[in-house]
Design a protein around this ligand. Structure first.
Ligand code: HEM
Length: 406
């Protein structure tokens, strides 16, 4: 039975002293971290307080990129194994919510299948087939809402494809995923966590029989590989990892595709350049994820007392990283608020995290986004934006109501 760290309660006296020492963090509101158009408040905090005391999130907030890397680095003395970890509460115990040897044990069986060359060989052709089918379904309509017509079904069906699962019931999967993602939005309300737990149970009821089915009919999918060679993981452990692989693969891919297309459509002169030189697509998607990171917030806790960016943080305290803020740090990114597909260091954003928990699916994510975006802009040469809602969200971000016409 493992023991989870319990987040330390900060006394009123400590809180008052910290508010005085970190006035900009103290003045931050929750909406500054979660609502589109409020990013300037994070920029203001970062100028003098790259790690700050932020009562709005009940802990420390990191807005500076270097400070964030100190928090995320291997052996930094930070942990994800805390009772208050929202990802664990919403999605259970798996590689993203354990540390050290246990995390390595859970992650290792998945590393081979997620290598860049393996992903390219196995998935490029089926991905292209799927995108073609999805675009065929709406190409005659002339106008669609991009998320409903393309990004969401693409993300769900590609997750099913790579895992070897038949996730045909898209509305059901969408509601499971909304419930799990909803559990990760911190607002102190226990109800979303209860809904997320129920959604995990629903997902287990889909995944366990799929594992069995793959055991009988092995193919090249991830589930089939794990069913055949579990490398010491029990069925429940495999399913727990598949839950995070699927979660990682759905919400974020949907966001990555939507964000890249929306930003390119909002910058038609850059879109024209990509149309003329497909080689620019790779950096376009890195730049889009830098500006609107699909995973917008990450959580860690101090194991012992720890100095970060010159600030001493006591043991068992909560540190949240705003990826929105770290990816706009002017110390790394010149003119950070502009979308520039020629930026030379777009990939230095922390959109795929850093350190031991760095995204397992990075090559898959890049391949999926590239194929989806490339097919949309080549098959619909007159594609133009009708309207797009802002990209909001605390834990996850993506533009909303993106209507396109061609
Ligand atoms: C553009 C799309 C994606 C983005 C932006 C993204 C982002 C991230 C981030 C930020 C983390 C680390 C969170 C933390 O450190 O607290 C992460 C971890 C992870 N991602 Fe991704 N991800 C994407 C796509 C994918 C895909 C396609 C898969 C799998 C098919 C995947 C699987 C995972 C897994 C399993 C982890 C946990 C790794 C661990 O804890 O060892 N992700 N991802």
């Amino acid at each position: 039975m493992e023991t989870l760290l319990t987040q330390r309660t900060v006394s009123d006296v400590e809180d008052a002293a910290r508010r005085q020492r970190f006035p900009r963090g103290a003045a931050l509101e929750f909406d500054d971290i979660s609502v589109a158009g409020r990013e300037g408040a994070l920029d203001h905090v970062r100028e003098t307080e790259p790690i700050t005391w932020a009562p709005a999130i009940g802990g420390w907030l990191v807005t500076g990129r270097d400070a964030a890397r100190e928090v995320l680095a291997r052996n930094a003395g930070l942990t994800v194994e805390a009772e208050q970890n929202l990802v664990r509460a919403a999605a259970g115990r798996m590689m993203l919510t354990v540390d050290g040897d246990e995390q390595a044990r859970m992650r290792k069986p998945f590393e081979g299948p997620f290598k860049g060359s393996v992903v390219q060989d196995y998935y490029a052709a089926p991905l292209l087939e799927l995108v073609t089918e999805l675009i065929d379904a709406f190409i005659d309509s002339g106008e669609v809402e991009l998320d409903d017509a393309f990004a969401a079904p693409f993300a769900i069906r590609t997750a099913g494809q790579s895992l070897g699962l038949s996730l045909d019931d898209i509305p059901a999967m969408t509601s499971i995923y909304s419930a799990i993602a909803g559990g990760m939005d911190y607002d102190g309300d226990p109800e979303p966590i209860r809904r997320a737990e129920a959604a995990c149970e629903q997902l287990n009821a889909i995944l366990l029989p799929e594992l069995e089915r793959n055991r009988r009919n092995p193919g090249h999918s991830l589930t089939a590989l794990l069913a055949k060679d579990p490398q010491g993981l029990t069925d429940d452990e495999i399913v727990a990892q598949l839950r995070v692989v699927m979660f990682g693969a759905i919400e974020t891919i949907q966001a990555s595709v939507l964000t890249t297309l929306t930003l390119l459509l909002q910058h038609p002169e850059q879109l024209d350049q990509v149309r003329c030189d497909a080689g620019l697509l790779a950096n376009s998607q890195e730049e889009a994820r830098r500006l609107i990171p699909p995973v917008a917030f990450m959580e860690r806790w101090t194991e012992g007392a720890k100095v970060i960016a010159g600030v001493e943080i006591p043991a068992h305290e909560f540190i949240g990283i705003s990826v929105v803020a770290t990816n706009r740090d002017p110390a790394t990114f010149a003119d950070p608020t502009s979308f520039n597909i020629h930026r030379e260091n777009s990939n230095r954003g922390l959109s795929f995290s850093f350190g031991p928990h760095a995204c397992l699916g990075i090559h898959m994510a890049r391949l999926q986004t590239a194929i989806a975006v490339e097919q949309m802009i080549t098959r619909l040469p007159n594609l133009a934006l009708v309207s797009a809602g802002p990209a909001s969200g605390f834990a996850f971000r993506r533009p909303t109501n993106v209507v396109v016409r061609w």
